[in-house]
Design a protein around this ligand. Sequence first.
Ligand code: S3P
Length: 432
Amino acid sequence: MAEKQSRLVQSARGIAGSLLLPGDKSISHRYAMLAAIANGRSEFQNFSTGADCASTLACLLALGCRIEHRDNKLCVTGSGPALKAPKFPLDCGNSGSTMRMLAGILCAQEFTSELVGDESLSRRPMARIIEPLTKMGAAICAAKDARPPLKISNAGALLHGIDYKIPVPSAQVKSSILFAATFAKGETSVEEPVRTRDHGELALGAFGAELHRSRGRITLTGRQQLTAIQAAIPGDISSAAFFLCAAAIFPGSKLIIDHVLLNPTRASLLDVLTGLGARIQVINLSEQHGELAGTVKIEYGVLRGTKISGPVSVALIDELPVLAAIAPFTSSGIEVCNARELRVKESDRIAMVTRNLRAMGATVEEHDDGWKIAGNQQLHGAEIDSGRDHRIAMAFSIAALRATGDTLIHGVESVAISFPEFFSMLDAIAQH
Ligand code: S3P
């Protein structure tokens, strides 16, 4: 990652304007990976600009794919299902999605490969993909405690279908298994305990795979050939979340975000903000390859409080840090439960949110699986340690807008992981 940088965020008077955001990260990873193993040239408009998706593209390039920028589009030319042996270890950078989902494709190739990551990724658990992929016949060897790097030996044609119940809800794990299943002999079924984002299933369908979905169970017959697609990727709703939460905490705010992803497995933030009291309107709905998009208009409304738990915590996993960061500005606070997964993200996001809210003067109760954050608290400017975690840096930039005094956020270079344009867009809509 780039050299550590800090940024001063000043308090603001309000939020106003309209924005169009770079493409959704989760969809961009999946489209690029499936394009790599499809026949023909896929073309994507509004591909994610984040470093995580750049890591995916760099790995695909090293695996022999052709990647070009043409007329504002990213073109990925696949080589059918067989990729080329990479000359060096594949660097996934900070991206858990790259490592976990690419492993599903690599374990079906007829060559040996190695996936490495940065310091943060090297601490993240990989047993969740090693277990099901090994059951399918893959040969994966990890470092201590099933952490990266991962060495994947050539299982090639030996993969076979499995019937697997995912123990921890994870869309990355689900996609990893399904991607491996397209190469495997026989049928694979995946069952998830709680519904997670379904971009993997939708993308496989878009690239021509036949799969069956019913009540948390997805079944796919292996050895299917994928075909290139053309797509305009909707704006990333998890990036939009920061600005929607910013608008929600300032009386008089009015913000419009065009062509943003509204896939129902990703858009729970709109329900939660509406439940809190924000005034939200969705217009101009469109759909492509099963992915719903539209224009979101948000206006301030007095924010009450809420408790987020169960499947809603799973659906909102990437938005919980920013919701926690604005909890003090609600009237009766926000409680989050069943979000233990936050501890194994790019940082321990439960600990990082607690530490930084306390640094800004808030009273926070930290639990093993979330927080209880009282409402009606005034925050003051402070020094924020983002832990070089993009979502922590962005969440506290939003809290800083309503704090008294200036806030210095350390490790802001990390925003480039998902959203390099974050600060320039924030400057465009924040009124000082
Ligand atoms: C993602 C799934 C989530 C999420 C991550 C992206 C995906 O991770 O936190 O930012 O694209 O599938 P898990 O699958 O580990 O829950």
